[in-house]
Design a protein around this ligand. Sequence first.
Ligand code: NAP
Length: 288
Amino acid sequence: MTLHLSTKLCGVIGDPIEHSLSPVMHNAAFRELGLDYAYFAFHVPKESLKPAILGVVGLGIVGLNVTIPHKLQVLRYLDHVDEEASRLGAVNTVINRDGRLYGCNTDGIGALRALEQNGVTVKGKRSTLMGAGGASRAIAFKLSEHVRSMTILNRTKSRAASLARSLRRYRNIEVKVKELTEENLSETLRETDILINATPIGMWPNVDVTPVRKELLPSGLTVFDIVYNPIQTRLLHDASKRGCRVIDGVDMLVHQGAPAFKLWTGREAPIEVMRKAVLRALKRKFGS
Ligand code: NAP
């Protein structure tokens, strides 16, 4: 990557941030299209969020991704937040337009496209979502435009209940809430078509843990794990063995990045180049 005085800067803020694959993915896309852009990862602890966002305007950074733990707090520092991101209360993408900051959320569309790309029709399906954090909220709002029903299981039940209340305000589907326990999973999975893991359970370095015991996974279930490091989580490994259809988190990563790329550059994202860059980086890390 050659940097010039004219190079436009993008980046991701979060804490921790070392694991982020967004720099690899977006820089590969900039290179492919010959764009004079560069993407960096910025380690921003909670207490530094406000000065970091002021710095985006001050330094003329053109685009930003926002990850844990800032997706909710960042809203208060933006000039405009689009309707969907306002409703779900989380932003993962910021665009600097002449010093005014616009926020939106591409996680939901990223998840939907990942499912569609893997041949899953979500319309009319019974969905179960594990987790009620930032990613889960975005996925719940987007999928609830299409699915027949949604059950949200979360370690902290009150958080799932709060997400369900927000959903019911805008969507006319059946939404159930349960604590994430083995008993509740067992009962719920018997009436589920699509199961989505939107918790970090199974993420590196805790690769031997899974949110669902293997025996509870019925064959024929579609299991989508949004964790992408490792690509094949323990959950997906077990689900394959049980005869489920499995989808890993890489496609979502690419498809949540693609709309951000377009917003910052005005160009269609080179999806395949981005996917290959992510897969290469993961292969370097996990060797498979
Ligand atoms: P978050 O806002 O911190 O939410 C995490 C959720 O997981 C919460 O509901 C939390 O439950 C639950 N959780 C965390 N640790 C748990 C544990 N040990 N046992 C049970 N539940 C647990 O995080 P997020 O932004 O939603 O991200 C969640 C995961 O998705 C991360 O691994 C992230 O890397 C991944 N992700 C992937 C993509 C992609 O493009 N593929 C995009 C975004 C995120 P409580 O409410 O009880 O705390």
